[in-house]
Write a protein of this length. Structure first.
Length: 151
């Protein structure tokens, strides 16, 4: 097995965590928000916010590090537009996840722990879900660019 193939395997595994974890977390959040257990939703949001940072931050750093390494090890040029667009999309997603998306889910948990009802937090939960969908769309766009290399 070549170094490039090893890097690609690590790159793909990290990308699965980066995208799949966010998708599953958001779907669990949606499921819990449709119930009537504010305490369960609060616990989930707190746990998700605590776990997501290291899991998604770490996996996204592995994605970009192995991606850069693979470009350096191959005939692909760093100046290729798809490489630049992929890196820009990764950066936007990383910043969104570390700030507005993560903080919105954490705020849902905090407000619920302080006694708010699920009905009272629906607008905040909807915002968290919309932001997560936007972040996931960015992550999928990065994957599409890396796989298709269209430009």
């Amino acid at each position: 097995m070549s170094l490039f193939e090893i890097l690609l395997i690590v790159h793909l595994l990290a990308a699965m965590i980066w995208i799949g974890g966010a998708l599953v977390g958001m779907l669990i959040g949606i499921f819990l928000s449709k119930g009537d257990d504010a305490n369960a939703m609060a616990k989930f949001c707190t746990a998700f916010a605590t776990i997501a940072g290291p899991a998604f931050g770490g996996s996204s750093l592995i994605v970009v590090a192995t991606g850069i390494w693979m470009v350096a090890e191959s005939s692909i040029e760093f100046s290729a537009l798809w490489v630049s667009l992929s890196f820009a999309g990764w950066l936007v997603s990383m910043l969104m996840g570390a700030t507005i998306v993560g903080m919105t889910w954490a705020k849902v948990g905090k407000v619920l722990r302080e006694g708010a009802t699920l009905d009272g937090t629906r607008p905040l939960i909807s915002r968290a879900v919309r932001l997560t969908w936007l972040d996931l769309a960015m992550r999928v766009a990065v994957v599409v660019l890396m796989v298709t290399r269209p430009v």
